[in-house]
Design a protein around this ligand. Sequence first.
Ligand code: GLC
Ligand code: CA
Length: 562
Amino acid sequence: MSADQHEAPWWKKTTVYQIYPRSFLDTNGDGVGDLKGVLAKLDYLAELGVETLWLTPFFDSPQRDFGYDIRSYGQVAADHGTWADFDQLLSAVHERGMRLVLDMVLNHTSDEHPWFREALRRKDSKERGYYLFRRGRGEGGSAPPTNWRSMIGPRGWHYHAASDEWYFASFLPFQPDLNHRNPDVQKAVLAIVEGFLRKGVDGLRLDIFNAMFKDAGYKDNPPSLRPLPSEDNADGFFQRNLYTINHPDSVAFARTLRAHVDAVPGDPRFLVGEVFGPPSLLRSYCGETGDGLNLVFLFKTLRTEFSAQAFHSLLDEYEREFAAPLLPTWVLGNHDRARYIERVGNDPRRAKVLATLQLTARGVPFLYQGEEIGMTNLDLPIATALDPLAHFYRFVPPWLQRLLRRKGVMINRDECRTPMQWSAADNAGFSPPGTRPWLPVHPSYPWTNVAVQLTDPNSLLSHYRRLLKLRRKLPALHSGSLTLWHPTNLPEPVLGYQRRSGSELVDVLLNFSPRLVEVSLPEARQLLFSTHQESLLLDGNRLRLRPLECVILAPRGQGVGP
Ligand code: GLC
Ligand code: CA
């Protein structure tokens, strides 16, 4: 359990809101969201109550993977704006007392990056050594150098005929992996990181960080029986990713990077890694004493059944594996995953339960744009998908596509990237009227949108706003320790935990069922918050929780902060 973290650095108490700029707000009517759009909505975000904004990549890119294929960190993609727009945004964020975090894709570049072009052009160039080029095996080198697969299934090696060598890519073929064992690459990467921090950026999200280093000896991966990788086990496609994923050198690099980041003068910054594996392994990226990545995404929530028991064991596991000084993260979705509300039957009442958990458990919550209004996934045909991953899977038979989708594997990520729904106006207020947004607007926009929900005190958006406000106010919620209530003291569908900071304590009780349940409290409590607006059904030490009701309670007489 954590000690009192009253004086914890800002990043331990923060809440993060992920912005996918392409789909956030299009101010100039070209159908694509831009940095000016983010600027225009800063007051909305500040009033929502989120404290840190994470922008997915907006750098120069051929946009084949919508920004995760970077051609140059030195330029802003013309679609998204200019450096002047960025500088203006960064200062506007800081003026509001908020923080800005950027996405660093260090594992690979676009195949249009000048380094890769040079590497292809000249086998003896220094840039050739920036990537993982190798001669093939077998007769005339016609077989790939190793059996390594990409993260998405097929082999990761791609043949370059002109030089008769193969290059490796952990993700899509146009995203060649950098060779981080080359000191020049390390130097270049660290310089990019430092450049952004010196510009005043408050933290970095590290794309597929668990793929950074591969085996130096190019050993074959052993076979495995697992057909598909999952959130907590990166093995899959019948291969154990021993030599490609979660390599000890990637874990070690976390500490190198952290030391480098900490050495840059200014407020503390944070690094959050996109890594996959069981929590017990993921914590190693943070370092035993917290000297590695400040945070890692924990995606196990995405696979956790909607029940008090399932979340009780998840909390228990996170508390064990990420005990202070480490800190868990609470992720319900992002631009790669099906929107979480789908997992609870697109039911905003159930979404409120998960949002309550996400914002009141110990750890840093990461919200993905649109979650706060309950945007749902849009069913879109693979044949016309823009997502390169969907193209990749287009030959997968429909029954298998459906099976994968049911297992939570997002084949067409367009489905969770549709434009943000601001209002009932044309294009949901995302693009000016008469414009065609880059992805279709979800037809739910006339009733699922920000403007409508701002006027409804019972909306999901109002729920997020109220909760974020309370979280900021109460140290117990943003930096306290967490102790689970013992399930025997609670009705079966109720999850309970206590958060405590110094002498301040609050209890959080979540009713996962559509039934009215009764809880007996050890002592009388006052109500600080309920998902249900009306007065609480409290009777002495007994509390009745209505269907899917979540409450936050404090001892009678305890002040509720400034
Ligand atoms: C990460 C990103 C995803 C991207 C991939 C390759 O998983 O979140 O959007 O396609 O890495 O960079
Ligand atoms: Ca635009």
